[in-house]
Design a protein around this ligand. Structure first.
Ligand SMILES: [Zn+2]
Length: 206
């Protein structure tokens, strides 16, 4: 008798609570995300599959996970805005992350971490300033910069000179090796801020 009552009660509760507390969000993507998605589709849609909101945990694995729990926690529940993937294998080729205009130092720190993470794993990460309209030429330049950074890191790692890359004297970000394309220093190499053209930080190489 007591058991029957209990069952009846629990069934009643279940009927009342039949609807689970999940609701569909009004928007899956924010306006800047959607605008960037369209721009990426137009620009690279023929060569890559554009995947939105991919969990970092699905892109990377962590070496020696028992020792590196802290690093797992750093990427857990985080995602990158877009991945451009090979259309046949869906292997990631580029990652794209929207960056909010600088204001909170916290934001910048997390952008910096993401940058370091992708560099370590050797996947180009393109940081794009959040906006509602993106120019293809600007994006193309940011893609080239991302490739350059990965190449540079690989070279530095191979030659064991990782400590020799200066940080930007203006904003403190990482710098990338560049070459003067014109002017009296044409052909000469220098370090330019990774945030170029937004930041003009530069270090000469003599
Ligand atoms: Zn700078």
């Amino acid at each position: 008798m007591g058991v029957t009552m209990a069952i009846r009660e629990s069934t009643q509760v279940k009927v009342q609570d039949e609807r689970l507390p999940y609701r569909l969000r009004e928007r899956f993507m924010s306006a800047p995300e959607l605008a960037l998605f369209r721009a990426l589709q137009n620009m690279a849609g023929k060569h890559y599959v554009v995947c939105p909101k991919v969990a970092l945990n699905d892109i990377f694995y962590i070496v020696r996970p028992n020792e590196n729990v802290h690093f797992f926690n750093k990427i857990f529940r985080k995602h990158v805005n877009f991945l451009l993937c090979d259309p046949k294998t869906l292997q990631p080729v580029f990652a794209i992350e929207l960056v909010k205009p600088v204001g909170k130092s916290e934001t910048r720190e997390s952008d910096q971490f993401l940058g370091d993470l992708f560099l370590s794993a050797g996947l180009p990460l393109v940081h794009v300033m959040s906006s509602e309209n993106y120019l293809e030429g600007d994006l193309a330049e940011l893609f080239q910069l991302a490739i350059l950074k990965v190449k540079q890191t690989k070279t530095l790692r191979a030659t064991g000179k990782t400590d020799s890359v200066p940080h930007c004297p203006i904003c403190g970000r990482m710098m990338v090796l560049r070459m003067h394309r014109a002017g009296p220093d044409k052909g000469k190499r220098y370090y330019g801020c990774m945030d170029n053209p937004k930041c003009g930080g530069m270090v000469r190489i003599d």
